[in-house]
Design a protein around this ligand. Structure first.
Ligand code: NAD
Length: 483
């Protein structure tokens, strides 16, 4: 059965699209058509921005509501998402190849984030009054930033959308969301949830489309802020457009993080296998923060290679909707070809292929599968150690001392995630502190909503999650009193 939608959510209302163009979605595992949606046109974006603008500028509307009233809407949105959670996981898994068991973890963030920001904004005063140095008092007043263009990729579509919607809605912003063409069916479930939750008219629009539609939205005169998650190349183009317009923009981009295994690390897979897998291979390697450069001490190099060989060889590869699958297909044929190209390049540059290599996994004749691959005996200059592959491909790079491990970790254009594996908490902390990255885990990795998440260097600008994520959707005004 396919899911075929005929309307667009424009200004929170189901609306006939202005063009006949459609986006057809195929299963990443079977390549069969599983649904289709209208492709939004520039005219649909105009209508969505106009609705968001009207809702934001309404003198008694959403942006002016008491924060607790908006928080109640967010709580209802969380509940409506939960009602559709299994449908969401299945839709995402079928479209982008995320194993269903992993979707239950990585795509469970939305309700958590809607509630987290609802609580945060309920407790946050609209104003702080400070004693002045030159004035008698300074009142610092928070207000929402305005109409937000949220542009999201296909790899973890709903959690990445909620990362923007939750703090932005809590702050009082209105949204035009552009999902990736690869993952549009889940966006319709979000649209249904937002209507069921009673999100007021104008506050959320969803415009499915590709890069050109995204570029049109980013530069639209009615937009006040852009929140972008995607590739570093896409982020640069968005940043350039925003620079010309002096438009605030947050950029969550690519990564090539290091998983640093210290020489006292526990490598017993019965104890640490699941955490190691989550930090390096989750979602078929299609996650921005994964530690895809595994740094291994020379005196335990073979042991580390053996541990990752077992981790990869034991992970069932198959249809993403199969409960036992741990590694599914790539999200698209383009992505499959890209990852395949990197696997060939790694071998051509002289890295040893320990597991995997070019070609399809045995027995999988359909779907955009690659063979999960482990490279060894390479250094940090290899192309596969420098560029983001976005597939189940790891490189084990040797180092001598902790200081050398940190230097290799920092020798990267990127700085988004990473992890340190050690049985000595102090030593692990000191290595983690020395890595130039936006986030890092010790003996595991998963972003926690309490802490700001974001990259340094080519991994982006700005923070999501935590109170800092709310601040990104608020502007501050200082009122100086002299009486
Ligand atoms: P992509 O940059 O091709 O596309 C991302 C989104 O941006 C899509 O919706 C796309 O249509 C849109 N887009 C692309 N170019 C645009 C432009 N010039 N103007 C406006 N919109 C544009 O990325 P992708 O291949 O869909 O996603 C994978 C990338 O996303 C990886 O590099 C990954 O590391 C990154 N990512 C980063 C984070 C993070 O939090 N840092 C999280 C997930 C994914």
């Amino acid at each position: 059965m396919t899911a075929d939608h005929t309307q667009l959510l424009i200004g929170g209302v189901w609306t006939a699209p202005s063009s006949q163009n459609r986006i057809t979605v195929r299963s990443a595992s079977t390549e069969e058509v599983i649904g289709s949606v209208p492709e939004a046109s520039n005219a649909d974006v105009d209508a969505a921005v106009a609705a968001a603008r009207r809702a934001f500028d309404d003198p008694t509307g959403w942006a002016t509501w008491d924060a607790s009233r908006r928080a109640d809407v967010l709580d209802r949105l969380a509940a409506e998402y939960e009602k559709r959670a299994e449908q969401m996981y299945a839709a995402i898994s079928a479209q982008n190849g995320m194993p269903i068991a992993i979707a239950r973890q990585l795509e469970s963030f939305p309700p958590l984030l809607f509630r987290y920001y609802a609580d945060l904004v309920r407790k946050q005063p609209v104003e702080d009054v400070r004693d002045g140095i030159l004035a008698s008092t300074v009142t610092v007043r928070r207000s929402p930033v305005g109409v937000v263009a949220a542009i999201v990729p296909w790899n973890v579509p709903q959690s990445l959308t909620a990362t923007k919607l939750a703090p932005g809605l809590a702050a009082g912003c209105t949204f035009v969301v552009k999902p990736s063409p690869e993952t549009v069916l889940d966006a319709y479930l979000l649209a249904e949830a937002s209507i069921a939750a009673g999100v007021p008219e104008g506050v959320i629009s969803i415009v499915p489309g590709g890069r050109d539609l995204g570029a049109y939205l980013v530069s639209h005169p009615g937009i006040d802020k852009v929140a972008f998650t995607g590739s570093t190349a896409g982020g640069r183009a968005v940043a350039q457009a925003c620079a010309g317009l002096l438009r605030p923009v947050s950029l969550e981009l690519g990564g090539k993080s290091a998983a640093i295994v210290l020489d006292d690390a526990d490598l017993d897979l019965a104890r640490v296998g699941q955490s190691l897998f989550g930090a390096t291979l989750a979602n078929n390697g299609q996650v921005c923060f994964l530690g895809t450069r595994v740094l291994a001490p020379r005196n335990r190099y073979d042991e580390v290679v053996d541990a990752f060989t077992a981790l990869i060889s034991n992970a069932p590869v198959g249809d993403s909707l199969d409960e036992s699958t741990l590694i599914g297909p790539m999200a698209s044929s383009t992505q499959r070809d890209r990852v395949h190209g990197y696997i060939e390049r790694g071998a051509a540059e002289g890295a040893r292929v320990v597991v995997g290599g070019a070609g399809r996994p045995d027995g999988l004749d359909h779907g955009w599968f690659v063979r999960p691959t482990l490279f060894a005996d390479l250094d940090n200059h290899a192309t596969v150690a420098r560029e983001e592959i976005f597939g189940p491909v790891l490189s084990v790079i040797p180092y001598g001392s902790d200081a050398e491990a940190v230097a290799i970790a920092n020798d990267s254009d990127y700085g988004l995630g990473g992890s340190v594996w050690s049985t000595d908490p102090e030593r692990a902390t000191s290595v983690a502190n020395a890595v130039h990255t936006g986030t890092i885990g010790i003996n595991g990795y998963l972003p926690d909503p309490q802490g700001p998440f974001g990259g340094v260097k080519a991994s982006g600008i700005g923070k999501e999650f935590g109170p800092e994520g709310l601040a990104a959707y608020q502007q501050l005004k200082s009122v100086y009193r002299f009486d």
